[in-house]
Design a protein around this ligand. Sequence first.
Ligand SMILES: CC[C@H](C(=O)O)C(=O)SCCNC(=O)CCNC(=O)[C@H](O)C(C)(C)COP(=O)(O)OP(=O)(O)OC[C@H]1O[C@@H](n2cnc3c(N)ncnc32)[C@H](O)[C@@H]1OP(=O)(O)O
Ligand code: CO
Length: 143
Amino acid sequence: MTALLLDHVAVATPDLDSGSAPYLALGLSPEGPDEEVTSQGVLVRAFVVGESLIELLAPTRPDSPLAAFLERRGPGLHHTAYRVADLEAEMERLRAEGARFLSEGPTPGRAGTRVAFLHPKWGAGTLIELVEHPVGGAHGRGA
Ligand SMILES: CC[C@H](C(=O)O)C(=O)SCCNC(=O)CCNC(=O)[C@H](O)C(C)(C)COP(=O)(O)OP(=O)(O)OC[C@H]1O[C@@H](n2cnc3c(N)ncnc32)[C@H](O)[C@@H]1OP(=O)(O)O
Ligand SMILES: [Co+2]
């Protein structure tokens, strides 16, 4: 089993500019332009932290999972994400151990990645995401 790398820690915010303030004050910089991931109904701004990221997420439509989260829990930590080399293989391995995924297979993530989410109940109260990272490229951009 190769060492697991933290890909990102995600933070929910009603809007990216106000949510960015603490990270800019800490001296962090966005990895690139904001990205809309329509399948998830989110706008993403990723701040570089070493080999990982702070993934700032704002909803782009009322039926986004982020809108429901903000409605119920307000802004703040949303999920953690880990890099895996082969997402399907990891999903199969974890399902065999009773893990509960929120989708049948991989779904589109930020920066052209493929991702899958585990139910927060399985994550002992934390929403956990797996990000496919075939070769350790920089910040979720794959090889
Ligand atoms: C742009 C892609 C990007 C990337 O990394 O590439 C992203 O990360 S996109 C991120 C946004 N997308 C998602 O979060 C997709 C997965 N999330 C979901 O499918 C839902 O949000 C889900 C199923 C986790 C929760 O849905 P919903 O809130 O409608 O269901 P419940 O209210 O019934 O919640 C069930 C249970 O889970 C607790 N909960 C909900 N969200 C979270 C969370 N983020 N962290 C921890 N716990 C969470 C909720 O409080 C309920 O618990 P209960 O004890 O029953 O109150
Ligand atoms: Co994420």
